[in-house]
Design a protein. Structure first.
Length: 124
């Protein structure tokens, strides 16, 4: 059963470089049966008013994302699964598209750096 997920109030960011999905037993790339494209896994942070969660989302074709990049997720579905006494939820999307430049943390200048230009001058 596929459960559609409403994402209009959710912001997504790429948290790890996407990787090709491979078959566990053969190591061969997994292929989307509908399109014939290789499947890729993108690790995303989903952020809404209740907080954030990191999820792995499978998509057909390389989404070409970079870490920290805001993304648009189209057609997100949750697929509950159970196998050999284990269970979980897999996520799949029709498309994952970059929506902006990666968010990069800027380092704060240290106190030592702020006085480097004026040795001996105290800072307030």
């Amino acid at each position: 059963m596929k459960l559609r997920i409403e994402t209009s109030d959710t912001t997504f960011f790429c948290t790890r470089t996407p990787e090709p999905r491979t078959a566990f037993d053969s190591g061969q790339p997994k292929i989307d049966h509908a399109t014939g494209s290789p499947l890729w896994m993108a690790q995303l942070m989903a952020l809404d008013s209740s907080g954030g969660e990191v999820i792995a989302v499978t998509v057909a074709g390389d989404p070409k994302l970079t870490v920290g990049q805001p993304v648009q997720v189209d057609g997100l579905v949750a697929l509950p699964w159970s196998q050999a006494g284990r269970s979980g939820v897999a996520f799949r999307a029709e498309a994952i598209r970059a929506t902006g430049a990666p968010v990069v943390a800027t380092p704060k200048p240290s106190a030592a750096a702020s006085t480097a230009g004026n040795p001996g001058k105290p800072t307030a």
